[in-house]
Design a protein around this ligand. Structure first.
Ligand code: ZN
Length: 320
C-alpha cells in the first residue's frame, strides 16, 4: 500500500501522521506550534513531528509517496506559496512551503489551505464520501469553508475561495475584522455563541449556564453541554446561530447546488441543536430544485479531517 506523510498545521498545534491510501492512520505525532517564534522555528517543528511519525510508523521510506500539508492562510495551491500571513505565524507570507518541505523531506510536497484540506478529507474519507459536490463548513474560533465541485477543490483565481465565514447576514451588523459588517462568523463561530450566551447570563436570564462557570469563562462547549441537558436558553442560542448559518448556506445551495454540506469544526459538537435549524432554514429558503438531492450532515473525521485531507492531496496528485 502507498502511504503519505500528512501535516495539519494549526495555530497552537502541529499534527503529523502517516496515512495509508485507505485512510488508515498508522502513526501520529504532535508538537506545539509556538507560532510567535516565527516561520523558521515552525518549519523545524513540522520536520521534527514528521520524522517522529515516520519513525514510529515503521513503514519503509520508499512506500512514502509524498507529503501534504494544510496551513491557515491563503495558499497558492499550485505553486505551494503562502499568499497571506497565517494568522499568528510571523514570516509565513511569501514562503514557498512546497519547495521548503521538498528540500527538508526529499519527497514531493503539496500545500493547501487548512479548511480546504479538512473539506477534502471529509470528501474522500469522511461524511462526504460518495458525494459529487460538497460544501464544507468549519465552525471553530472562526468560520472557514471549502467548496468541491465534481471532485475538484475550487480555489478561485486568487486562491481565496471558500471563505464563507465572511458572508454577511446583516448589512448593518457587527463590524468584522475583515472590514465587512455582519459576517456570519460573528454570529455562529464558537466565540460568537459564547458571547451571545454570556449576554443572556449577564442579563439575568434563567439558565443552567449561570451555574456552570463565571460568564467570562463561558465557551461554546458549555452552551452545547447545557443544551444537551435540556437548557432552553442554550438551545435557543444554538438555534439562532444555526438559523443564520442556514440563511448563508441557502444562498450557497442556490449558487452551487451541491449534494452534500458537511458541518465540521469544534462547534459542530452541538449536533442537531445546530444542524436541525440549519437544515430547516436551507429547506425553507433555497430553491426546491437545488435542495432535492442535498444532505446536510455532521463531519465524521473530527480532528483527523486535516491530516486525512492532507494525505488525500498527496494520493490524488501522485499517480500510483
Ligand atoms: Zn468578516
Amino acid at each position: 500500500m502507498r502511504f503519505a506523510l500528512a501535516i495539519d498545521l494549526g495555530g497552537t498545534k502541529i499534527a503529523a501522521a502517516i496515512v495509508g491510501e485507505d485512510g488508515t492512520i498508522v502513526a501520529h505525532s504532535t508538537r506545539p506550534t509556538e507560532a510567535q517564534r516565527g516561520g523558521d522555528w515552525v518549519l523545524n517543528r513540522i520536520k521534527e513531528a514528521a520524522l517522529e511519525a515516520l519513525e514510529t510508523s515503521k513503514i519503509h521510506p520508499t512506500q512514502l509517496v509524498g507529503v501534504g500539508m494544510g496551513t491557515p492562510g491563503v495558499v497558492d495551491a499550485e505553486k505551494g506559496i503562502m499568499l497571506s500571513e497565517a494568522v499568528n505565524i510571523p514570516g509565513w507570507k511569501g514562503r514557498n512551503l512546497k519547495a521548503e518541505l521538498e528540500r527538508v523531506l526529499g519527497i514531493p510536497a503539496f500545500i493547501e489551505n487548512d479548511a480546504n484540506a479538512a473539506g477534502l478529507g471529509e470528501f474522500v474519507f469522511g461524511a462526504g464520501k460518495g458525494a459529487k459536490s460538497l460544501v464544507f463548513v468549519a465552525l471553530g474560533t472562526g468560520i472557514g469553508g471549502a467548496v468541491i465541485i465534481n471532485g475538484e477543490l475550487i480555489h478561485g483565481v486568487s486562491f481565496a475561495a471558500g471563505e464563507l465565514g465572511h458572508i454577511s447576514v446583516d448589512p448593518n451588523g457587527l463590524k468584522c475584522g475583515c472590514g465587512n459588517y455582519g459576517c456570519i462568523e460573528l454570529y455562529a463561530s464558537g466565540p460568537a455563541i459564547a458571547q451571545k450566551a454570556r449576554e443572556f447570563v449577564l442579563a439575568g436570564v434563567s439558565t443552567k449556564l449561570a451555574s456552570m462557570c463565571s460568564p467570562e469563562e463561558l465557551t461554546a462547549e458549555h452552551v452545547t453541554k447545557a443544551a444537551q441537558e435540556g437548557d432552553f436558553l442554550a438551545q435557543s442560542v444554538l438555534a439562532e446561530s444555526g438559523r443564520l448559518l442556514g440563511v448563508v448556506l441557502a444562498g450557497i445551495v442556490n449558487l452551487l447546488s451541491p449534494d452534500c454540506i458537511v458541518i465540521g469544526g469544534g462547534v459542530a459538537q452541538a449536533g442537531d441543536w445546530l444542524l436541525e435549524p440549519i437544515r430547516w432554514e436551507v429547506k425553507r429558503r433555497a430553491l426546491p430544485d437545488a435542495t432535492k438531492d442535498l444532505q446536510i450532515v455532521p463531519a465524521a473525521l473530527g480532528t483527523n479531517a486535516g491530516v486525512l485531507g492532507a494525505a488525500a492531496l498527496v494520493f490524488r496528485s501522485v499517480q500510483g
